[in-house]
Design a protein around this ligand. Sequence first.
Ligand SMILES: Cc1cc2nc3c(=O)[nH]c(=O)nc-3n(C[C@H](O)[C@H](O)[C@H](O)COP(=O)(O)OP(=O)(O)OC[C@H]3O[C@@H](n4cnc5c(N)ncnc54)[C@H](O)[C@@H]3O)c2cc1C
Length: 275
Amino acid sequence: MGARLIPKVGRVVRVVEEAPLVRTYHIRVEDLAEPQPGQFNVLYVKGFGEVVISISNFRYEGASAIAEHTVRTVGAVTSYIQTALNVGSPIGIRGPYGRGWPLKEFEGLDVLVVGGGIGLAPLRPILKHISRYRDRYGRLMLLYGARRPVDMLYKYEYGEYRAIPNSTMLFSIDMPYIGWSDYVGFVTDLIDRVSLDPEATVAYVCGPEVMMKVAASKLVKRGLREDRIFLSLERRCRCGIGVCGTCQLGHLFVCKDGPVFSYQEVKDYLAVGGL
Ligand SMILES: Cc1cc2nc3c(=O)[nH]c(=O)nc-3n(C[C@H](O)[C@H](O)[C@H](O)COP(=O)(O)OP(=O)(O)OC[C@H]3O[C@@H](n4cnc5c(N)ncnc54)[C@H](O)[C@@H]3O)c2cc1C
């Protein structure tokens, strides 16, 4: 187990300002295994500690991997990353860890992706995957909401998403904004605005937990099977490999058994407030 906890040394090669207090770090690292969409890495900042961050995009450049991580500043380590990490900075990285989105199992189905705020980060590899293997899936529907237009991630990629054949993209913000012509309201309202074939659709959802609960129950009402609705859960997470127990949810560890779970697996736990 020890070797799994030793970080590799990566280097920041690009920083993209996504939204207030949210940046995407492109990290170059040798010998990093290719992640499954939805997996995460643990980033280590010397002298400050570690944080669990989803891999929002990944590619190889020669022998090096470039892993993208979109980080929102909330506390000690993420604040340090925001203020001190720039192009050229070293950073420790270990992973990839966790159970990602099941995609291969659902080839042939329509795909509904529902994201809220920074929740688009772990969903982004699904959009890349479907764009790359377009003929393996049916319709693609992306519903994405944020508080304000300025909070939306990856705006520079929306043209690429919209160009995916047989796809629908709907966007929402919580409150009216000058110049905004798309929907105003919760992203879960957009579920009522798409036509779904419940027998032939798989849904991948990530955002604030309340949003995921509302989305899942709406989708169940629309006739989707509970074992075809997948949520990426977030809990305070330390080791990333199921040893420390901080992310335990009932009999499950979010880091090791998830972070992606079917709604069927976790709905009873999600119904318990504060768990
Ligand atoms: C599987 C997984 C994937 C994640 N992916 C991303 C990502 O792509 N981008 C991103 O910005 N963040 C992501 N996170 C959350 C990220 O790990 C935490 O925000 C980070 O650890 C905070 O570290 P910190 O030292 O800056 O804050 P701390 O000083 O440790 O905490 C600051 C505050 O945030 C709260 N907090 C810390 N971690 C969590 C958590 N996991 N859930 C709820 N509240 C928390 C603390 O209770 C405290 O109030 C992910 C978490 C998990 C479990």
